[in-house]
Ligand binder design. Structure first.
Ligand SMILES: *[C@@H]1O[C@H](CO)[C@@H](O)[C@H](O)[C@H]1NC(C)=O
Ligand SMILES: *[C@@H]1O[C@H](CO)[C@@H](O)[C@H](O)[C@H]1NC(C)=O
Ligand SMILES: *[C@@H]1O[C@H](CO)[C@@H](O)[C@H](O)[C@H]1NC(C)=O
Ligand SMILES: *[C@@H]1O[C@H](CO)[C@@H](O)[C@H](O)[C@H]1NC(C)=O
Ligand SMILES: *[C@@H]1O[C@H](CO)[C@@H](O)[C@H](O)[C@H]1NC(C)=O
Ligand SMILES: *[C@@H]1O[C@H](CO)[C@@H](O)[C@H](O)[C@H]1NC(C)=O
Ligand SMILES: *[C@@H]1O[C@H](CO)[C@@H](O)[C@H](O)[C@H]1NC(C)=O
Ligand SMILES: *[C@@H]1O[C@H](CO)[C@@H](O)[C@H](O)[C@H]1NC(C)=O
Ligand SMILES: *[C@@H]1O[C@H](CO)[C@@H](O)[C@H](O)[C@H]1NC(C)=O
Ligand SMILES: *[C@@H]1O[C@H](CO)[C@@H](O)[C@H](O)[C@H]1NC(C)=O
Ligand SMILES: *[C@@H]1O[C@H](CO)[C@@H](O)[C@H](O)[C@H]1NC(C)=O
Length: 472
């Protein structure tokens, strides 16, 4: 996907950046140049931890609005960009790393690169939880920093939706107060140019925000991620045992476990975010990647998706707000609604909408390759972008979803232009889903907050949303 000219451009930009280029001189090697950009085929199998990629399946429906139609409103629900591992995952990767560096016999087989001239990608835990940027990347020609992704996304956004901003003098961008989410929104906003007087509206993730938040799962203190543990834990972990066994047979006494094998997948994904490629990704067979990916899709479905009794209920807070914005598209001055949050919240939101809901419990005794539509990493890779388009064709308005540049129709309501759903039909569809849930009572919101609905899209001009940033 990234050509050599692109890489050279990225390198030139990094050079132009006011960071110290000297620190990089030693780390650029011909190995980097020959490897960066060659591992994009594995991104869809890395549980949404690897860099952004376009939705891999489409029926060829263009994401641009059909020619005879005019855009009326667009909403974006986006994930932060490429990042370092969290503290939790980072410390797990370190444990596995130490096991290897403390192995005194010298590593052979697919791990032997660790003993060769290898620079570990997490030299400093201060970067855990952070977006990757031109400043903290380990390689100046890394084309996958979260900062650059947000900037490119903003330019693509302007190209496709800029016309909606022609009369805009003041543009709010809504972000949770997680630092990496905020930083993504900040880089996105800055790359829109200085025409729009962008303001960041920083919405608190704290449970005291109740329903008035981009992270409603946090206020739902009764939410139980592992309520279906007895179901998803039945999925076979043999693929992990196979990886551990293979590495142990190449290295007698290394004692890799199934947990270590899991950490190696995280290592592979996050190392690409940090330096553009990872030798660790070569450790896995394609089948192992497929099992790992399905395990993540399936557990996501039961943790945060339609497989959790409160997944769609929690996501309904944001879906409901989106519905209200849609209904008011011709009354509201603002035609563009941009929100940034985490993958979990987007998974909840998509569960409420239902476009990726398989409609039956996901199997745990086999991988349903032919009928699998719930690919978590395809929904929420780093830098995920879920667009809701509202457009008018003749004298009707239509609604459509575009996830990571792929048009995802609501199958039973898709006979409008470009596989869209006529607005009144969409409202019925959305209400019938939302009416089946009750966030405030099911989540016992009154025990944590008096905020029982999402108001920030409507009251941000009169209410201060400037929560302090949190590094998580
Ligand atoms: C060996 O492991 C310990 C932690 O268990 C770690 O502190 C130490 O740095 C490791 N040694 C090397 C050479 O990596
Ligand atoms: C901008 O304002 C002009 C003049 O009122 C109007 O014709 C046009 O539709 C507006 N554009 C948008 C995107 O609202
Ligand atoms: C820019 O936006 C801020 C926050 O919404 C607002 O207070 C200010 O008046 C705006 N400035 C201009 C020049 O529109
Ligand atoms: C979540 O559900 C699981 C499975 O039913 C149960 O074992 C666990 O105790 C629950 N956790 C909480 C905090 O209620
Ligand atoms: C692997 O496990 C064996 C047996 O428990 C132990 O003797 C050995 O020290 C372990 N090796 C490492 C590298 O931890
Ligand atoms: C949906 O939004 C409306 C308008 O803001 C609000 O009155 C209602 O309580 C919300 N419903 C849900 C289920 O969040
Ligand atoms: C517009 O809507 C009216 C009725 O609502 C209908 O009679 C007319 O044919 C529609 N015009 C077009 C161009 O579709
Ligand atoms: C959903 O509930 C609202 C408020 O009770 C009601 O007006 C609407 O007709 C219901 N919609 C559907 C499709 O059931
Ligand atoms: C919350 O509401 C429920 C009923 O909806 C009520 O039983 C409970 O006492 C309330 N709790 C608080 C802390 O207000
Ligand atoms: C919620 O409570 C706080 C103080 O505890 C109060 O300032 C605020 O106005 C209340 N908000 C609502 C929506 O009732
Ligand atoms: C948010 O704004 C209020 C009012 O301007 C101010 O008192 C408060 O210190 C600000 N909080 C943060 C975290 O910036």
């Amino acid at each position: 996907m990234y050509s050599l000219p692109f890489i050279l451009l990225a390198a030139a930009l990094a050079k132009a950046a006011p960071t110290s280029t000297e620190q990089y001189q030693e780390t650029i090697s011909t190995a980097d140049v020959s490897k960066i950009g060659t591992q994009e085929d594995v991104f869809p199998y890395l549980a949404g931890a690897a860099p952004h990629f376009d939705y891999p399946l489409s029926y060829g429906i263009p994401k641009d609005v059909p020619e005879q139609c005019t855009l009326q409103q667009v909403q974006l629900f986006a994930r932060h960009g490429e990042r370092y591992p969290t503290k939790k995952v980072g410390s797990k990767i370190l444990e596995t790393y130490y096991k290897m560096t403390n192995y005194s016999s010298g590593l052979s087989g697919s791990l032997s690169f660790i003993d060769d001239d290898y620079e570990f990608f997490l030299p400093d835990s201060k970067n855990f939880e952070e977006l990757t940027t031109w400043k903290n990347t380990l390689d100046p020609i890394n084309p996958y920093t979260g900062e650059w992704d947000a900037q490119k996304h903003a330019r693509e956004f302007m190209h496709q939706y800029g016309e909606l901003l022609e009369n805009t003098t003041s543009l709010p961008i809504f972000t949770s107060n997680s630092k990496r989410v905020h930083d993504t929104a900040k880089y996105f906003g800055a790359a829109l140019g200085d025409k729009f007087n962008v303001s960041l509206q920083i919405i608190d993730e704290d449970p005291s925000s109740g329903a008035n938040t981009l992270t409603p799962i946090k206020s739902c203190t009764v939410y139980n991620e592992s309520e279906k543990a007895d179901v998803y834990s039945k999925f076979s972990s043999k693929y992990l045992a196979n990886i551990a066994d293979r590495l142990n047979s190449e290295n007698k006494g290394l004692n890799m476990t199934k947990s270590d094998a899991t950490h190696l997948f995280s290592w592979c994904a996050f190392e690409i975010n940090v330096k553009g490629y990872s030798n660790m990704c070569d450790v896995f067979t394609p089948e192992e990647l497929a099992y790992y990916a399905y395990n993540d899709d399936m557990t996501s479905y039961y943790y945060h998706g339609p497989g959790n009794s409160l997944g769609p209920t929690v996501g309904g807070v944001n879906f409901n707000a989106s519905l209200q914005l849609l209904k008011q598209h011709d009354q509201l001055d603002n035609k563009v609604w941009l929100s940034f949050t985490h993958d979990t919240n987007i998974v909840n939101y998509l569960g409420a909408i239902g476009i990726f809901d398989p409609g039956h419990a996901m199997p745990v005794d086999y991988v349903p390759i032919k009928e699998h539509i719930y690919h978590k990493s395809w929904m929420v890779p780093q830098g995920a972008r879920i667009y809701t388009q509202v457009y008018q064709c003749s004298n009707q308005s239509y609604v459509r979803y575009v996830a990571n540049d792929g048009v995802i129709p609501i199958e039973k309501c898709s006979s409008g232009p470009g596989f869209s759903c006529e607005l009144n039909n969409f409202v019925d569809y959305a209400e019938s889903r939302l009416n089946a849930t009750n966030y405030v009572s099911d989540c016992k919101i009154n025990t944590t907050s008096n905020q029982t609905s999402l108001t920030f899209y409507w009251d941000y001009e009169h209410t201060t949303y400037n929560a302090s940033l949190i590094k998580k």
